[in-house]
Design a protein around this ligand. Sequence first.
Ligand code: M6R
Length: 611
Amino acid sequence: MCGIIGYIGKQEAVPILLEGLRRLEYRGYDSAGLAVLGKKVKCAKAVGKVKALEDKIKRQKLSGFLGIAHTRWATHGAPGEKNAHPHSDCRGNLWLAHNGIIENYQKLKKSLQAKGHKFKSETDTEVLVHLIEEEQSKRGGLTLEEATRRALKKVIGTYGLAVISAKEPQKIVVARQSSPLLIGVGENEYLVASDACAVITRTNQVIYLDDGEIGVIEPSGVKIINLDKEPIKKSNHIIDWDLSRAQKDGFDHFTLKEIFEQPQAIANSLRGRLISEDGLAKLGGLQDVEEKLRDIERLVVVGCGTAYYSGLIGEYMLEEYAGVPTEVEYASEFRYRKPVLDKTSALLCVSQSGETADSLAALQEARRKGILTLGFVNAVGSTIARVTDAGVYNHIGPEIGVASTKAFSSQICLFALLTLFLGRQRNLSLVMGQRIARELQNMPVLVKKVLRQDKVIQKIARKYFKAKDFFFLGRKYNFPLALEGALKLKEISYIHAEGYGAGEMKHGPIAMIDKNFPTLAIAPKDSVYEKMAANIEEIKARGGPVIALTTERNNALNKLADDVIFLPKTLEMLTPILAVVPLQLLAYHCAILKNRDVDKPRNLAKSVTVE
Ligand code: M6R
């Protein structure tokens, strides 16, 4: 949540900062602001999206070769100019942009106010800049980095921050604690950003800051120290994707582009990882822990939102085919329980961004207990990817739309790969392994086939987009998918939707059904098809409209359901990979018809880096 970008170099900073902000906007879009150091520091802020800031800046003369900028997702203090970053000290010499939460800000604020500091915002962030000012005024002559270091020693909480000072006009100081931050190393220039997508147009070389590290960036180079002033040696990482992966490619929205990108994304997630003739999965990222994995007796999967739902599908696969007892839990709950974990357990953290605060905290809890930790992560070099003992990358390129789409189908593929990997270590037969591998290989082609029904789904969306409520029903592998379908519709169209295991309908929810309450029933021809068909009958008997997803050539639902979407035939465990596509498209088209901001739904941010 919140995106930070900074620049120091030989170019005008403002256009570079604005471009970076546009790429980081998915992280929050309540307000945006920037501070540029020319002869003195000039600042501009605007409420709403980066565009509002851009329009405002056109009317102001802002020039300089060094600056910092921020796009905000409000935590402390309502969205508004006064709470927008960067924040400044009392004299307007220091300017700071922050992503994270300062937990002890109230105590710090009180003590700073008692010393005469004047606060202008309601944010927790503002204490940071006054703390640095206080350190400098207490001990005249402290450099920006030293004052920042001393200030951070007093802080409890999370931060990715960038601070500049009018008194040291050739320097940006950055620091990180549990909120992502990287330094882009360009030609005669450096950038600072919360995410590599903000620097990729200027450089593919980055230094990832780790927790407790401070970076001092000057034209002559970068110095990294820890909070105890010890120098840290860091190496440059190369980003192996380019700008085209972070652009819309002619689609109206990133979300739509990412839905349509799924055949390619799935192919990338599977590439080089299947040995079909031996029914095996080759997962390089798990090689070092292969023997440990042979001995695990229990897998605990944690994630949030869509990542959690993919874990629920994984649970069905892992138990049915690998015989590994699996539990899936919201990371946000896991961290507050006293989970009983022993050395025969492993924890798998699923996260697209690799930065979700709750998922990271759950992971750290497992590490404290000394158990093996694994990750399914998309963002290369992200915190979760670096903190886990071993893991598998999705390799699907950046996902920009706030609603997770291609990450979900890719996560299910990774679970299928893990099922093969663990299953073949155990009792999964060669024949079944070969079957799963072959069907998986075929997924990109089958997903493409489903995408061809976009127009049919758009028509269905026109019929239902005015509905106030929606049910999504499924059983077995498609029960978690019903939850995901409801989440997608809610988050981008703001239509109220609930997902249920279809067997639960009679235990309460069916009372809601009437002619205005449509149900989307996921009913492929699988082991629970007859039960799903019976549920559809029950809903129709009560006058509820039904959209059914079923397997091609199953015409039995044509008469029963109001609308039918057909899916190609595949293995039962892989049906969610196909069935999710119509759910994503339905949510997208409903959102468009309702004139919603699909890529940036209200109140949300792409990576939730605060609790
Ligand atoms: O980056 P992560 O996968 O850890 O994110 C987890 C959730 O915040 C995310 O899936 C969220 O639920 C999406 N907006 C759903 O579309």
